[in-house]
Ligand binder design. Structure first.
Ligand code: BTX
Length: 329
């Protein structure tokens, strides 16, 4: 199986170019008939391989099916997703992730499901997770930082999704504080961070991401149709889930490593580049008070930085913000 992984990697790296059977046989240290046999196996898994005399092999298309193998093949991470659990149907990938984490699952373990029957959002809200139409994924992290820094992970995850949507999918999303990914005020993706910690130490974090990918708008129930969108609705094209999952995992690992080495600053700047209604006045409700504030950015601890009408800076941790007519809570 690791030979097959390496084989995919060698072919994937060359993209549209052919790789000779000779080269593959040398690099994998297997005979040429064995290379041929592996190609036949890959075809069974849904890869379309072109074999040309004297030129060699190339991948014409990748399988659409999400599975442990199709995600891990060619995945260029060093710790994220090296252990990956894929299930056809679960109640919630968060739940599985908690069970796995409590049983000792390593940092970077990923749980992905085609469908969730009880997908959850924040504050006990539910998350619609249609079969095969989106990415429903939880990542187990075992960070060494102190618990109070964990909200930064939510912000980091939001910037990773924004970055991937922009560079890989080609749409520029906005991040509604703290963690919703929007286009035109509609929710494309949500993030749910759950923490298991002691006073001064994080046992683990389960980071859940729900990404609407291939839903047509008719797929959403009526009550969320006007506030939800998918990458397909935005681009007009279906996207291959495995490719997108790999891109997210690779970008996440890179940004997480950067976060460990350089701290929160680069993440903060990137977050602010995507910030929803940044610089604008919005009505805010804190405790009994209603006031207007200008959204300025985020603090190092993940709080929202808002300027009140006296020109004072306020830090908001949780507040009812009336995001505007185009956004429905
Ligand atoms: P949230 O509480 O910010 O958003 C939930 C709200 O969003 C719902 O009340 C509903 O109005 C709306 N909504 C529900 N489903 C969708 C959808 N598919 N698209 C757009 N809007 C929707 C956000 O919570 C965090 C969601 C995390 C989901 C992931 S999926 C993998 C992991 N497993 C799991 O159970 N949850 C996480």
């Amino acid at each position: 199986e690791s030979t097959r992984g390496k084989l995919i990697e060698l072919l994937a790296k060359e993209e549209d170019n052919f790789v000779s059977g000779q080269k593959l046989s040398e690099q994998l240290d297997i005979s040429r008939p064995a290379v041929w046999k592996h190609m036949k196996e890959l075809e069974k898994d849904g890869y379309v391989i072109e074999a040309a005399p004297r030129k060699g092999y190339r991948i014409v298309s990748y399988p659409d099916k999400v599975s442990m193998n199709t995600v891990q093949w060619g995945l260029s991470t060093s710790w994220l997703g090296q252990r990956l659990i894929h299930k056809a149907s679960v109640t919630s990938t968060q739940l599985i992730a908690h069970q796995e984490a409590q049983a000792g699952a390593e940092h970077g373990t990923v749980i992905i499901a085609d469908e969730q029957t009880k997908g959850r959002g924040r504050l006990n809200r539910s998350w619609h997770s249609y079969k095969g139409e989106g990415i429903w994924m939880s990542i187990i992290l075992r960070p060494t930082f102190e618990p109070h820094r964990s909200p930064q992970i939510t912000l980091l995850a939001a910037t990773v999704l924004a970055e991937v949507f922009k560079t890989y999918v080609g749409i520029k999303p906005q991040i509604k504080w703290p963690n919703d990914l929007l286009t035109n005020g509609k929710k494309l993706a949500g993030i749910l961070t759950e923490l298991q910690a002691e006073e001064d130490r994080v046992n683990y974090i389960v980071l859940g991401m729900g990404i609407n990918v291939n839903q047509p708008s008719s797929s959403f129930p009526e009550d969320i149709q006007r506030k939800a969108s998918s990458l397909k609705i935005e681009t007009g094209e279906s996207l291959e889930l495995t490719g997108l999952i790999k891109e997210i995992l690779q970008t996440f690992e890179k940004r997480y490593n950067e976060f460990n080495e350089e701290g929160f600053r680069p993440i903060k700047l990137r977050w602010e580049a995507f910030g929803y209604r940044l610089g604008e006045m919005v009505p805010i409700q804190t405790y009994q008070k209603e006031w207007n504030g200008r959204i300025m950015g985020i603090e190092d601890d993940g709080a929202l930085r808002v300027l009140d009408d006296k020109g004072q800076e306020q830090k908001l941790y949780s507040a009812e913000i009336q995001w505007g007519k185009d956004y429905v809570q």
